[in-house]
Design a protein around this ligand. Structure first.
Ligand code: SF4
Length: 449
């Protein structure tokens, strides 16, 4: 539960020394409670108080990071049960299972295919995030397979074995890539937690007998000092899994029950009879509330629709998708090429840029930050008006790239053309483009500077 300013104040030194930049400890406490500064800004707070404050400020579902750098998968930190309440935060990682009893060529084939899963949609790259390697034999074969996969991909790994010695052998090869260890249970948790701490890797806790036993083991592991934990409720069927996932989310968010306040890993193939059912089960887990979804296979027919669903569910409903403000080159435009201006709403950008590409007329597309609103909405909201467009065109640098002075505006804003010309100065001529993007190819083909 979040602490109030007064709760925090009680844990501060109360010397009002001002070194944090605030006149009193109380003022500092109020800022800290509002999340506007970090506890580290006070050099005199005790380690014990710092730990308590950081613990109290921790999100109800812990953040877990698997892998490193640009390929890292971040999960957890969810704050709501329903997307419309606010937003979902971290999309679940999609991955595949690779068992070490496969032949080397089968393993290579699986990894090659998962490397190739990548789609660009509304400015985002949708791709697979994880490879779960499962031990079925001994440490020697497991490490051999882990080594092979590590040489074939930069996708982060899940190391799956209940034998700590097998996990350790693979960690010696991969720990710098921060793999997820799977899995600790009531019998091996001390050794597994020891490995997770030693190699600074997150750890999956596997349920032996329902959620109560899962919470019991998780709590013991957390008491050993491990923070990055992932849960596997090992539910026996889809309906039980759905209940478990909802129960875990509710327990963490509504009851602030720390032992279940972690992201969940799921394996839809365990509840599926075939590839098609696996896709359906995965869709259920995606909606309710998986942090990682490990597939038996992730062919394009399965990956693309589920990744689009993932993208849609994890788009913040309060923030339209946007592209960066700037001048975009379509084709190889030159000084005589047409110049178009529109807003930075992703959908607007992609529709307009696609039609410009279709025209095969190289063009300059000036995308203005209108807070992600579409053309008419932005105009109505005062975000895409002559007073704003003119300064944007001047600072965009487009003037240095062209030798003409024509600016094409969306046809729906014909009424602003005169005012925009005034704002831009006499040297510019505003040309009214078509109302519908679909008419752009014909419009551009008849373009002359
Ligand atoms: Fe109080 Fe710490 Fe700020 Fe000094 S630095 S005023 S002790 S909060």
């Amino acid at each position: 539960m979040a602490l109030s300013g007064l709760d925090i104040f009680k844990k501060l030194p109360k010397t009002n020394c001002k070194e944090c930049g605030f006149p009193t400890c109380l003022a500092f406490a109020m800022k800290l409670a509002a999340g506007q500064i970090e506890i580290e800004a006070c050099p005199y707070v005790s380690e014990e108080a710092k730990t308590d404050l950081l613990e109290a400020a921790a999100p109800p579902i812990r953040k877990v990071t698997i892998g490193k750098d640009e390929n890292a998968l971040v999960i957890g930190e969810e704050l709501v049960l329903f997307r419309h309440e606010k937003t979902f935060v971290h999309p679940p990682g999609f991955g595949i299972l690779v068992k070490d009893d496969l032949s080397d060529s089968e393993i290579e084939d699986k990894v090659k295919k998962i490397n190739e899963v990548s789609y660009e949609r509304v400015g985002q790259v949708l791709k697979a995030n994880i490879i779960a390697v499962e031990s079925t034999k001994d440490a020697a074969r497991f490490t051999e397979v882990v080594k092979k996969i590590k040489n074939l991909t930069t996708i982060p790994l899940v190391l799956m074995s209940k034998d700590p010695s097998v996990i350790k052998s693979a960690l010696d090869l991969t720990s710098e890539g921060k793999p997820l260890i799977y899995g600790a249970n009531k019998d091996n948790y001390e050794q597994m937690a020891g490995l997770a701490k030693e190699y600074n890797c997150p750890l999956t806790v596997i349920s032996d007998n329902g959620l109560a036993s899962l919470a019991e083991t998780t709590e013991k592991i957390a008491n050993l000092g491990l923070k990055e934990i992932v849960l596997d409720p090992t539910s026996v069927s889809l309906d039980v899994a759905l209940k478990d996932l909802v129960f875990i989310r509710r327990a963490a968010l509504q009851k602030k029950f720390r032992p279940l306040g972690y992201p969940v890993i799921t394996f839809p193939y365990r509840q599926a009879e075939d590839d098609y059912t696996e896709a359906l089960v995965a869709a259920v887990y995606l909606l309710k509330y998986a942090g990682i979804i490990v597939f038996n296979s992730l062919e394009p027919w399965k990956a693309l629709p589920l990744m689009v669903l993932r993208q849609n569910i994890f788009t913040d409903p309060q923030r339209p998708l946007t592209v960066d403000e700037g001048v975009y080159e379509i084709g190889k435009p030159d000084e005589n090429s047409p110049v178009l201006v529109t807003t930075n709403f992703s959908l607007t950008y992609f529709i307009v840029s696609t039609e410009v590409e279709t025209s095969r007329v190289p063009s300059w597309l000036c995308i203005m930050d209108a807070e992600g609103l579409s053309v008419l909405t932005a105009w109505a909201a005062g975000k895409f008006t002559p007073e704003r467009i003119a300064p944007f065109i001047k600072r965009s640098g487009i003037n240095d790239k062209i030798s003409h002075n024509k600016l094409i505006i969306p046809g729906y804003l014909a009424q602003i053309s005169g005012e925009l010309e005034d704002e831009l100065s006499d040297s510019w001529k505003v040309v009214i483009g078509p109302r519908e993007a679909g008419d752009l190819p014909a419009f551009l083909k008849s373009w002359s500077p």
